[in-house]
Write a protein that binds this ligand. Sequence first.
Ligand code: FEO
Length: 394
Amino acid sequence: MKPFEIKKGIYWVGAVDYDVRTFHGHTYSANRGSAYNAYLIVDDKIALIDTVYGPFAEELIEKIRSIVPPEKIDYVIANHVETDHSGAMPALMKLCRKAKVFGTSKCKEGLNRHYYEDWNFQIVKTGDKIPLGKRALTFIEAPMIHWPDSMFTYCPEEKLLLPNDAFGQHYATSERYDDGVDQCELMDEAAKYYANILWPLSSIILRKIEEIQKMNIPITMIAPSHGIIWRKDPMKIINSYASWAKNESKKKVVVVYESMWGATKKMARKIVEGISDAGISAKLFEIAQSDRTEVIKEMLDAKGYLIGSSAHYNDMLPDMAGFLAFLKGLRPKERSAAAFGSYGWSGGAVAAIENTLKETGISIAQSSISVKYSPDGNELKKCYDYGKEFTGKL
Ligand code: FEO
């Protein structure tokens, strides 16, 4: 893909990664690939906003070279240390040794610990500006959105916000703008990204949105460092972030279970029947066979969670334990949950699930339901009623 002029003299020079399927190690399933976005501003001074993942360094450099010789870059803005954005820096900086690098103090520390290079680094803080000629760049520190070093860059003359990871999506497409892609796909990927990466940082994100609103800076385009650029309606993604960050949810139940020989599965299905007959939407997942990243996305706007497992060594089954460990890290708030499961002799699964949910900060809305070995007709009716009753707690 060639460079793409997003505003006069401002070019997308990133890379689309159609092949990647796991991100952040294996913690994120990037089913639609990803894109590492970098932006080149050609003014009296030439500035590059972020780079790309290391394996795409040559692609970045060739795109830049098709516009200006990389040696002429004056400024490199490092909004974020993580290697999907800084990985190409060593190769690029070899070509523009005199370029000044701008970033937060944590960014300087982080880049030092990643690359051990002696780049000409200038630490910047919120409100600091660098003139480029006809335009200027302003910096807004954004610690923990989502690393301590994170920063947004803003170009007032273009009303352009470059927020790095924030408002991004792992979404590979030949299109560069929100108006060129399927809106359901786009919002699905944006929600998945928020749920799996940013959810635990919601209070910080909400404060940052409020801070930017108080700064009263006009924004007509948001160009994140993953996925597509928001130009049709940038407020759509800002409002979605505000809603997710406020923990807004709807009457929807996500039922997640793991079953050894099918008894917990039978319970789960009857529970879902009860929820559905109460007029509430339910999503059902067997966790060992499901894409965890997608399950978490479904939990983002659901008020209720029902978690089930067969008993295993006085505990829940291991895939469910791993799933709940991940969920605990995301710290969802203002959600209601309950536990269910089958057992053979001593049990232990539902108690273990409840303990983990409590540690996560999720309230237990009703007592657990357990079945010895396999549920009979009467017990399946109880599961049905259990699901129905749970909807009343939402
Ligand atoms: Fe896309 Fe935090 O890196």
